[in-house]
Design a protein around this ligand. Structure first.
Ligand code: HEM
Ligand code: HEM
Length: 172
């Protein structure tokens, strides 16, 4: 549960950081802002692995028993795509950074060294463009995920949100 909310906060923070960096005129300032995105991005990879371990060792978020079959499928597909993107996006960004020949500093605590790849700024640029597109897909999934939660919690009043909170009534 804590992992889920840390991941949600990290994803939203990374989106906002990217937006802020894009809107910043000074290139140096934008770079400093983006270093937080890099650090959070690497952390998200470890958090996603941890959530996956919890998921497969019995801590999986139980879907309410009364869900329609299509709702159950949609929720499963969205969760699976979340896991895939959270694992692939930092890895793709790491290989892109490697093609710039640059390490990734994580909160100034340690650095992730570049992979042994040929330096190729053109390929790195293209890889980061794909990373940005993956980010847009992730945010679209977030909209579906939150709308689903709200539909169940507010319209159906089935306590869905409370499945992910330590308080309240998670019915069914
Ligand atoms: C980008 C941010 C988010 C990501 C990546 C994410 C990811 C996930 C994943 C992977 C699960 C399944 C966990 C498992 O099976 O072990 C899940 C479940 C759940 N999430 Fe999120 N989540 C995010 C944001 C949110 C937000 C903002 C809300 C509330 C408004 C929310 C509410 C829930 C609920 C209620 C469940 C329980 C299962 C369900 O009904 O779908 N999530 N989330
Ligand atoms: C799961 C982890 C990550 C998430 C959820 C994430 C999310 C995002 C999002 C939403 C965007 C913006 C898309 C847009 O506005 O069009 C983006 C862009 C970007 N991210 Fe990440 N990111 C992650 C990890 C990383 C890492 C580890 C790095 C670098 C080491 C990185 C570097 C970048 C760069 C350079 C861009 C700009 C791409 C471009 O528009 O050309 N990200 N990311």
């Amino acid at each position: 549960m804590v992992l889920h909310w840390l991941i949600a906060a990290g994803v939203i923070a990374n989106w906002l950081i990217r937006r802020t960096a894009k809107a910043t005129e000074s290139e140096e300032a934008a770079r400093a802002i983006m270093s937080n995105h890099f650090s959070i991005g690497v952390t998200l990879w470890f958090l996603a692995i941890a959530l996956l371990v919890v998921h497969f060792t019995g801590g999986k978020a139980p879907l309410a028993s009364h869900l329609a079959t299509w709702e159950r499928w949609l929720a499963r597909i969205v969760h699976t795509l979340f896991f895939i993107l959270l694992l692939v996006m930092p890895f793709g960004a790491w290989s892109a950074m490697s093609q710039y020949g640059a390490p990734i500093s994580v909160f100034g605590l340690f650095s992730v060294p570049p992979l042994p790849m040929e330096v190729n700024p053109e390929a790195a640029k293209a890889a980061f463009e794909q990373h940005g597109q993956a980010g847009v897909i992730l945010l679209s999934l977030l909209v579906i995920h939150v709308l689903g939660t709200l539909k169940h919690t507010v319209l159906d009043k089935d306590g869905n949100l409370f499945r992910m909170l330590p308080f309240g009534d998670a019915k069914g």
